[in-house]
Structure formats: structure tokens, C-alpha cells
Design a protein around this ligand. Structure first.
Ligand code: MN3
Length: 200
């Protein structure tokens, strides 16, 4: 079993009432775990089982015959990243370096907020919206299904999962309400600042 399901960085009920313990029970304990189990089934006893996860994703993204490995490996990475993008008592305007960089690269926090919400709301079907570093500049992008910006050389700083399984228990079909709650009450800007600093 080369790849493991990481523990959530907070208790299952820590994000309530915004995201319930029941959602995290299913989303982390069933969906994320299934991606880990599927990936392990596919790569155990192959050269990929000793590669870092990001290298598995990049290698599989270039080989159409490895689409199943790509999908599961990317979903393992995306979810491990997404959990860290939230914290109890998070959300609202950022501070620190990311605050200044949003103002200089994207105009203002309000412009970033509108762009990020729009990307998350308009991703048709399952996928993700992201704040990334692309050639040293911030950009807001969206990806379908398991796709992840790091295969295009972009560095993810923040993501929101917009697969229905992320919000259906708590918000039913109301994806915009989930997105608004994520931005207002959940975003872990400390994690985003740490990612920005790491990217140098
Ligand atoms: Mn998900």
C-alpha cells in the first residue's frame, strides 16, 4: 500500500455548521479513501508505487493508457490539498503576502472573489476551481473532473471542490451557496500564504 489516506487536519465536526461531520464522513472517509484504494490497486508492484504522488500524476497525464491512474492519483492529491484549504473560523479577506499579491496581480480582493466564485459556479459538471501561480503571477482557473493545474506547470495555492459530493448533503443543489460559505467562513488563508511562500 504505497499511498495512504491522510488524516483530516481538524476534527470531523470542526467545520460545522458550514460543512457537516456527515459530509466529511463521506467525502474523506468514503470518496477520498476510494481514490487512495483504487490508486494502490492500480500501481502496486509497478514502478509507480515508489514514485512521489506528484510524479505519478505528471507521468500518467502524458499517457492515455494511464487515464485511470491519473484520475485516481490526481483526486488523491486534490483532496489532500482541499482539506488544508479550509479551517474552522476561516474565510473572509486574506492578510499577509497573498493579500498584497491579489491586489497587484488581480486588481483587488473583490475582483478575485468574483472571478473565483464565477470559476467555481460555472465549472460544468464535476471539477475544481483554483487560485494558482502561473509564471510568477496569480491566476484563477477551473479544471474538470480530476484534472489538476500542476500538470500544466501552474502551482496551486487554493482550491474548492465543486463535485456534488462536496456539498450535496449540506447545501443540496445550491452550489453557489456552498461557494459563498467556503469563501466567507472556511478558507484557510494561512495555508495559501504558506503555499505562496514555498513557491518563492
Ligand atoms: Mn471531492
Amino acid at each position: 500500500m504505497p499511498f495512504e489516506l491522510p488524516a483530516l487536519p481538524y476534527a470531523k465536526d470542526a467545520l460545522a455548521p458550514h460543512i457537516s461531520a456527515e459530509t466529511l464522513e463521506f467525502h474523506h472517509g468514503k470518496h477520498h479513501k476510494a481514490y487512495v484504494d483504487n490508486l494502490n490497486r492500480m500501481v502496486t508492484d509497478t514502478p509507480m508505487d515508489s514514485m512521489p504522488l506528484e510524479e505519478v500524476i505528471k507521468a500518467a497525464s502524458k499517457d492515455a493508457a494511464k487515464a485511470g491512474i491519473f484520475n485516481n492519483a490526481a483526486q488523491v492529491w486534490n483532496h489532500s490539498f482541499y482539506w488544508q484549504c479550509m479551517k474552522p473560523g476561516g474565510g473572509g479577506k486574506p492578510n499577509g503576502a497573498i493579500s498584497r499579491k491579489i491586489a497587484s496581480d488581480l486588481g483587488s480582493y473583490d475582483k478575485f472573489l468574483a472571478a473565483f466564485k464565477d470559476a467555481a459556479a460555472t465549472q460544468f459538471g464535476s471539477g475544481w476551481a483554483w487560485l494558482v501561480l502561473d509564471g510568477g503571477k496569480l491566476a484563477v482557473v477551473k479544471t474538470a473532473n480530476a484534472d489538476v493545474p500542476l500538470v500544466r506547470g501552474q502551482t496551486p495555492l487554493l482550491t474548492i471542490d465543486v463535485w456534488e459530493h462536496a456539498y450535496y448533503i449540506d447545501f443540496r443543489n445550491l452550489r453557489p451557496k456552498y461557494i459563498e460559505t467556503f469563501m466567507d467562513s472556511l478558507v484557510n488563508w494561512d495555508f495559501v500564504n504558506a503555499n505562496l511562500e514555498k513557491a518563492g
